[in-house]
Design a binder for this molecule. Structure first.
Ligand SMILES: [Cu+2]
Length: 282
């Protein structure tokens, strides 16, 4: 009798273990949408193109955008697409594009593609952004076009200006998305406005960072580090030290490869702020 009970318990335990076993191995890319929310769907005759971001929205400024392409006839997500994208702002008197990255596969076996778009302007009643996706799958070309909703950002997280070298630049705040009271890893993008369609990444510059709290005697914080590129064509990485929650004005200076200041001033007792800056509040 006792033996039977022990056996029953043992087999139950085995059953539970084996149940857990079969539940555990998650399909490797089942979670590729984790932390993402759908912005919208675009569609053409053959595909539904899903756009995702961490917040499920786009904003004026830096946007990391993820994409899936669903085949309408098979219901499967395309894994072998070569994608290029073109964001355009249709303004009253002209149209123009914005800084953007290439859009590439996140992982070889997954279905997600990712890149960034930097909207230097927000939409308004008369002017709006749209996105053209050109992609090819096994040698066949496809296209989809859709309007995008790009509302104005309440804080300055992107700025367009002319440097002392007479070149036009765009600077955008990418990270931290969720700032903490800590020394945050900070990511900034620097692009040149070559013309209305081309915004190449600027290489080998430096972005000096001086965060200040204007409401508290304009105090700064220790251990900030200027943002630099880790690779050509990439974003700029620095350290942003935030010693308390609240509103911070991140005063910036943009330096070229020779250390010449192209835009922005040092914050001193007599000069409370730089003309080049971002704003955050958390
Ligand atoms: Cu515009």
């Amino acid at each position: 009798m006792k033996l039977k009970i022990i056996f029953a318990i043992l087999s139950m335990a085995l059953f539970i273990v084996s149940c857990n076993d079969s539940d555990d191995p998650v399909a490797p890319f089942e979670n590729e949408l984790e932390g993402l929310a759908k912005i919208k769907e675009m569609s053409n005759d053959t595909h539904i193109i899903e756009l995702y971001s961490p917040s499920g929205t786009l904003t004026q400024g830096f946007n990391e955008v993820s994409v899936r392409i669903k085949n309408k006839s098979t219901g499967e997500f395309e894994k072998n697409a070569e994608i290029s994208w073109l964001p355009m702002m249709q303004m009253m008197s002209m149209s123009h594009s914005c800084p953007k990255s290439e859009i590439k596969k996140v992982s070889a076996n997954g279905t997600l593609y990712r890149g960034y778009l930097v909207f230097q302007m927000a939409q308004n009643d008369m002017e709006f952004w749209n996105l053209t996706m050109d992609y090819s799958i096994n040698g066949t070309d496809y296209e989809a076009v859709s309007d995008l909703d790009v509302p104005v950002s309440s804080k300055q997280i992107v700025t367009t200006f002319t440097g002392s070298d007479n070149e036009k630049y765009i600077l955008a705040y990418a990270e931290p998305k969720n700032p903490k009271v800590a020394v945050n890893d900070c990511v900034i993008g620097v692009w040149k406005m070559q013309d209305m369609m081309n915004f190449p990444v600027v290489n080998n510059y430096t972005v000096k960072i001086d965060p200040r709290m204007p409401s508290m005697g304009n105090h700064t914080s220790p251990n900030n580090e200027a943002a630099k590129q880790s690779s050509s064509g990439g974003l700029y990485y620095g350290k942003l030290s935030l010693t308390m929650t609240g509103f911070w004005r991140i005063n910036l200076q943009l330096l070229d490869e020779n250390g010449n200041v192209l835009k922005g001033e040092e914050v001193t007792d007599s000069n409370p702020e730089s003309s080049l800056f971002f704003e955050i509040e958390f």
